[in-house]
Design a binder for this molecule. Structure first.
Ligand code: LLP
Length: 476
């Protein structure tokens, strides 16, 4: 991973909660004494009650984003005369309460493993409102999904199609399936999270093989049609994550609708449903643009309508699976600062002349175990000292964790007040998605709690792990 260029102070954004393009949740604001509060709860209270590090989730913000996606897509597709379903992608963060919030806001829940399925079921999400993904589902996962009566299994390979059909037969049920296809359209901020490349493990390509014959996607759809134990609901495509340009969705919609028409020509089966997956991008840094649900819903609905019209096919029922865009900005991670250490490095300046630069290394009480994204993807985040006001001049800083690894970086570069010191509370914004869900116990650190805040009160959704929890797994 290349080191980010050393920035000048003026190049770094410094906006706090409430600024335009903010990465903070809508309930985050600075009080007059300079302390940050979320949904009316001061961060010092959160730290005192729940300890640090802690994932803090602004419930009203999550619900508002869920509603915004649902209502934007419903309105846009209503205009063109089609129905739409919004699935919350649980991989971003799934707890029992979070699954309930999504359901209460009219979203369905998309799961990617038997574990996520179990959480959704524990939350009381009706099976019919759950989808199960996965490129390598076990028989046990498929059976759990069939037994729960899930609304859709998204199949990912020819062998899986036969396996799901056999398992459905063993249960005496008909499995509702969608076929995951790769459209060749890839979008998103980073190659590792762009899942529509042809050279990757997901889905079946819409492009014919080297012999020019039937595409794997069409062959898979036909294989589903051929098995009476399977009901072919439709076609699924997910083109990537942290997408900021809606044209990727439009391009994927064209390819999927063409495939739907080709299948109808060849088999007489016109599938009802088309899903374009998730990937809606959010602001991570002050000033970052985010994809707004309203405009992207309108542009996708118009493309779906226009292309269906051109192809002479009726409009499909449409669905999407946003994860990050619903939960990402609703979450922040609250840490306590420990060691603070200036490190001076030599670095060429803009004209190539040798120059030195001092960067403050600010260590916090978590790190790559609670947020692997900076280390894994080079992801950028924004942090602020949130327990107090400071009038000290801001200095170039790097927030690091407490793991035994130099790549244990939480925020690569941020301007923090020069008087930052041990005991300060530090918050990293927009960590709601893929923070807790990708957390580990590296160095036997215990995973932080997920704390929800709403209407001036906090409650624990997932408690902090303890060393006893870790030792309970260790059979000695
Ligand atoms: N649907 C499917 C089939 C997916 O594979 C994904 C994400 C989503 C929906 C939700 O995408 P979202 O709206 O959250 O972008 N760990 C990476 C992201 C991996 C996303 C994988 N699939 C990260 O931290 O950026």
């Amino acid at each position: 991973m290349p080191e980010p260029a050393v920035p000048t102070a003026s190049a770094l954004p410094s906006g706090g909660p409430g600024a335009a393009g903010t990465p903070w949740s809508s309930g985050a604001r600075r009080r007059t004494d300079g302390e940050l509060e979320v949904a009316g709860v001061a961060v010092s209270e959160l730290a005192a009650e729940h300890g640090t590090p802690a994932y803090v989730l602004d419930e009203a913000d999550f619900r508002a984003r869920a509603r915004a996606y649902r209502s934007a897509f419903e309105a846009a597709f209503e205009q063109v005369g089609a129905g739409v379903d919004v699935y919350y992608a649980g991989k971003a963060l799934l707890t029992v309460a979070v699954a309930r919030w999504a359901t209460q806001e009219g979203l369905r829940v998309d799961t990617a493993s038997g574990g996520e399925l179990a959480v959704a079921l524990r939350a009381g999400v009706p099976g019919a409102a759950i989808g199960l993904h996965g490129n390598n589902k076990s028989d046990a996962e498929v059976l759990a999904a069939l037994d729960a009566g899930v609304g859709r299994l998204i199949v990912d390979s020819l062998v899986e199609i036969e396996r799901v059909a056999d398992l459905a037969a063993s249960r005496g049920v008909v499995a509702p399936v969608m076929v995951r296809v790769t459209t060749g359209v890839h979008a998103g901020g980073h190659e590792y999270i762009s899942t529509a490349h042809e050279d990757q493990k997901f889905g079946l390509s819409v492009n014919p093989g080297p012999d020019g014959g039937t595409s794997p996607a069409l062959a898979a759809l036909e294989a589903v049609v051929a098995r009476p134990e399977l009901e072919l609901l439709g076609i699924h495509s997910h083109i990537g994550s942290q997408i900021l340009d809606p044209s990727g969705f439009e391009a994927a919609a064209r390819v999927v609708l063409q495939l739907r028409a080709d299948l109808a020509t060849r088999t007489g089966v016109l599938v009802d449903e088309v899903d374009l997956g998730g990937g809606y991008g959010i602001a991570y840094l002050p000033g970052d643009e985010a994809l707004e649900p309203g405009p992207v819903a309108l542009s996708v609905a118009q493309v779906v309508a226009a292309v269906s019209h051109q192809l002479g096919t009726p409009l499909p029922r449409f669905s999407i699976e946003p994860g990050r865009a619903v939960v990402g900005p609703a979450g922040l991670t609250l840490y306590t600062v420990g060691t603070v250490k200036p490190v001076t490095v030599s670095s060429p300046d803009a004209s190539g002349e040798a120059a030195t630069l001092t960067r403050l290394y600010v260590s916090v009480d978590g790190g790559m175990s609670d947020n692997i994204r900076p280390a894994l993807y080079g992801a950028d985040y924004h942090a602020e000292i949130v327990g107090r006001a400071s009038s000290a001049a801001k200095v170039l800083s790097r927030v690091v964790g407490k793991h035994c690894e130099s790549g244990d970086i939480v925020v690569h570069q941020v301007m923090l007040p020069g008087d930052v010191r041990a005991g300060d509370l530090l918050a990293v914004a927009a960590t709601g998605a893929y923070g807790r869900s990708m957390a580990s116990n590296y160095n036997a650190l215990t995973r932080p709690p997920v704390v929800a805040v709403a209407d001036g009160a906090s409650r624990v959704l997932v408690r902090r792990e303890t060393v006893d929890d870790l030792l309970a797994l260790d059979q000695g």
